[in-house]
Design a binder for this molecule. Structure first.
Ligand SMILES: Cc1cc2nc3c(=O)[nH]c(=O)nc-3n(C[C@H](O)[C@H](O)[C@H](O)COP(=O)(O)O)c2cc1C
Length: 164
């Protein structure tokens, strides 16, 4: 898939079929994540791929906006070692992975994240060292039903040349 096609097709998908996601595809998605830009070359990220239904259910129960994780085939949790730019680094890796999932025909949704009340619970649930911060949980699954990407503000509206 061409880059702009993936950019246009990517949209948050929260309804999934029962089809599992292969380890190869999860690895391919993580491969996109690890190629993200990273401040000072730190690569503070670790990605935890989860397919276990019990763990997905526990994650689903964390908050109001995480419930659909219970129907996801998988999730990739982005954890970053605390550093000056860990949020930006983890966010860049997250976006790369959303695009890679789109290329593979896999629906995804970015779930916050950093500073959420459940952030520390996720870190300990996954047995990550305490210095790691939750940046995002990426819900993954083959989409159920039609996907219509959300419309976004036009480029003329958001782009300013030279001055705001
Ligand atoms: C930092 C961040 C946190 C988000 N957290 C959640 C979340 O907790 N739950 C959720 O359902 N969607 C979450 N989203 C997805 C947004 O709701 C979604 O991107 C937005 O509605 C725009 O729709 P689109 O992704 O289809 O373009 C999050 C997105 C971002 C960038």
């Amino acid at each position: 898939m061409e880059l702009f096609e993936a950019l246009r097709n990517r949209t948050s998908v929260r309804s999934y079929s029962d089809q599992p996601i292969s380890k190869e595809d999860l690895t391919r998605i993580a491969e996109a994540g690890r190629l993200a830009p990273t401040a000072r070359g730190e690569e503070p990220w670790e990605f935890v791929a989860i397919t276990d239904k019990n763990t997905l259910s526990t994650l689903a129960s964390l908050g109001q906006n995480t419930r659909f994780l219970g129907d996801a085939a998988a999730a990739i949790v982005v954890l970053c070692k605390e550093s000056k730019y860990y949020v930006e680094d983890g966010a860049a890796a997250t976006q790369n992975m959303l695009l890679a999932a789109t290329e593979l025909g896999i629906g995804s949704c970015w779930i916050a994240g950093d500073k959420k009340p459940y952030a520390e619970e996720v870190v300990s649930l996954l047995n990550a060292p305490k210095e790691y911060k939750l940046v995002s949980i990426i819900a993954l699954g083959y989409p159920q039903g039609e996907i219509t990407p959300h419309s976004k503000r036009a480029v003329d509206e958001v782009l300013h040349f030279e001055k705001f």
